[in-house]
Design a protein around this ligand. Structure first.
Ligand SMILES: [Zn+2]
Length: 170
């Protein structure tokens, strides 16, 4: 499009030269012809300039959209990196016979409390911490409602029942 603008401007220059020559020659007919020609060429140059400006604006808008897309992809990459790093902190553990969950590889004394994550959800890329409140002796995934049997929970539930039974005795 810039080429069309340059061609149109060159045409206008040629027209201007013709007009100058006509004025020098003091030929009224040549002056009028040159002025008409000049007007046409200026009209073409103006149209080419307008089109070039519109193209430049469109290119600037496309560049801006691409910048925004790049920034969004960078944010997404950072989020995926952080997620992958977090996932690396866990390994599959067996809580009871045939019941599995993801547990922390290392438990730091001042870090997060010991917890387990749902295996099915974690394998789909979603980290969901298992919670008490499943069936007897089970942990439950709040997202997919999977229940994971946990001997630890079963023991705690049994101890709770014992305490309750003892407190109800006369
Ligand atoms: Zn789940």
């Amino acid at each position: 499009m810039i080429d069309a603008l340059i061609t149109a401007l060159n045409g206008a220059n040629v027209g201007l030269d013709m007009a100058k020559r006509a004025v020098s020659a003091r030929d009224q007919r040549l002056i009028e012809t040159a002025m008409d020609d000049m007007t046409d060429k200026l009209r073409l140059a103006y149209a080419a300039a307008l089109e070039a400006a519109q193209d430049a604006l469109k290119l600037a808008q496309e560049a801006r959209a691409l910048d925004q897309r790049v920034a969004a992809l960078e944010r997404e990459t950072e989020q995926l990196k952080a997620k992958a790093q977090d996932r690396e902190r866990y390994r599959l553990v067996q809580l009871g016979r045939g019941s599995f969950a993801y547990g922390l590889k290392e438990v730091e004394p001042q870090g997060e409390p010991l917890h387990y994550c749902c295996q099915a959800c974690m394998d789909k890329g979603q980290k969901v911490v298992l919670q008490a409140g499943g069936g007897y002796g089970s942990l439950q995934c709040p997202a997919c409602k999977a229940q994971v049997w946990s001997p630890e929970m079963a023991t705690a539930a049994a101890e709770g029942m014992d305490r309750l039974t003892r407190s109800l005795r006369p």
